[in-house]
Write a protein that binds this ligand. Structure first.
Ligand code: 9YT
Length: 131
């Protein structure tokens, strides 16, 4: 059994951020669960376009609020505490932070290794199998 405390991840290589978002990787591929598990904070009022071309992702909001736009259809959905979105079609999307920072719990299949870089489309490259 493994116990992970998010406060132990803050400031380590398992925490990645820019000015408008922070993601803490509680479980990565090397943890051997078959998925990775993250806490992502999206700053109020910020905007992010993501495209996980090679991963499926489920995201559950536990605090704050925002919106997600499906870039294929233009549809916009409100996100509040208790909302889950599943990118079951590798959906390209824009996330908008709302009036408060949004706290999201995310699972990726296949698991993120922690070594991904964004390609020219903003997508993570597929796992090379080396990690
Ligand atoms: C909200 C969202 O897509 N979070 C993904 C986690 C983040 N891209 C990471 O840990 O790399």
């Amino acid at each position: 059994m493994k116990i992970v405390k998010v406060q132990d991840i803050i400031g380590t290589e398992r925490e990645v951020s820019d000015k408008q978002w922070t993601s803490r990787r509680l479980l990565l591929k090397k943890d051997g669960m078959g998925f990775s598990f993250h806490e992502t904070i999206i700053k109020a009022g910020s905007e992010h376009t993501f495209w996980y071309k090679h991963h499926l992702e489920a995201v559950y909001c536990v605090a704050g609020n925002g919106r997600i736009k499906d870039l294929a259809t233009g549809e916009v959905h409100e996100i509040t505490d208790g909302t889950l979105y599943a990118l079951d079609n590798h959906d390209r999307h824009t996330l908008y932070g709302g009036t408060e920072d949004m706290r999201l719990i995310c699972a990726f299949n296949p698991p993120v290794t922690g070594q991904e870089v964004h390609d020219e489309d903003g997508a993570y490259l597929p796992d090379s199998g080396d990690n």
